[in-house]
Design a protein around this ligand. Structure first.
Ligand code: ZN
Length: 283
């Protein structure tokens, strides 16, 4: 008699409960007289206070009892998505933002919606190419709403998303300087920002405009560029302002095979032209 095969999945080891099962069960540390381990006593269930009955064992086609993790599957799924949301760090007020509740009143908003929805829907492709998106222009025009809508879709695809402000990145990198922490730790922080599936950098251009800050943001953007990782930039500045703040090298990396959306509805209203949101290049 051979030992039971190890299951290839993350189920616990299999227990053959056939004719000669008893000595085997004893060898595995089970009590052979415990009828609860015999196949006709399975599947067994436990009760979740919130979601009701769930199986903790099953009998497969070969009469093999498979013991499942004694955890409510609904609770486990909830926990997993909660952890993902926390690591996503989407600001609380944007968590419910989706494409369906983005209000479109003018053509520019429709263009912005179309570009962002397309970016989210084809994220796998964008992730492969590392294509980025720059959403810039007046505040209060729904940049954050659309960025959060993209984030929610990307999260649902099982990818990691992190939204931080430019200040967060600069501060986090500079924290490593204190207490004589060496360059390797600074590099580790940069690498952590570089590893995320989709990094959304908010409030670009809001901090002081210094070369030191520019270097930190460049390091993160450049790392991601080299790893072909997509980044979304949010800024209240206009296109020239974003380029000046990030520096031409970082700006070029973001624009290379990426898209740029100018959220400029006020000037749309003033000018009555429909060039308000003009995606530049391929998003
Ligand atoms: Zn439950």
């Amino acid at each position: 008699m051979s030992l039971p095969k190890k299951s290839e999945s993350n189920h616990q080891p299999l227990v053959h409960a056939g004719d000669a099962a008893r000595d085997l069960l004893a060898r595995w540390g089970f009590d052979p007289d415990n009828v609860a381990i015999l196949p006709d006593r399975h599947p067994q269930y436990r009760e979740c206070a919130r979601h009701g009955r769930y199986p903790i064992s099953m009998v497969d086609e070969q009469d093999v009892i498979r013991y499942l993790a004694p955890v409510c599957p609904v609770c486990a799924a909830e926990q997993a998505s909660r952890q993902l949301m926390e690591s996503a760090a989407i600001p609380e007020r944007y968590i419910d933002c989706g494409f369906d509740n983005y209000v479109v009143e003018i053509p520019g908003q429709q263009t912005a919606l179309d570009v962002c929805r397309d970016y989210a829907d084809h994220f796998e492709e964008h992730a492969r190419k590392g294509s980025c998106l720059i959403l810039c222009g007046n505040s209060g025009n729904g940049k954050n709403h659309l960025a959060a809508a993209i984030a929610n879709v990307v999260l649902a695809k099982g990818r990691s998303v992190l939204q931080v402000t430019a200040y967060d990145i600069i501060a986090r990198i500079r924290q490593t300087w204190r207490g004589g922490i060496g360059n390797s730790t600074e590099l580790e922080v940069i690498r952590r920002f570089a590893e995320v599936g989709l990094l959304i950098i908010d409030e670009v251009g809001k901090t002081f405009d210094t070369d030191g800050e520019r270097v930190h943001l460049f390091e993160v953007i450049d790392h991601r560029y080299r790893d072909m990782k997509p980044t979304i930039i949010l800024s209240n500045k206009n296109v020239e302002g974003v380029e000046r703040y990030l520096g031409p090298a970082a700006f070029d990396r973001l624009c290379q095979n990426g898209g740029l959306l100018l959220f400029d509805w006020q000037s749309y209203r003033r000018k009555r032209s429909d060039t308000a949101a003009s995606p530049r290049g391929e998003p």
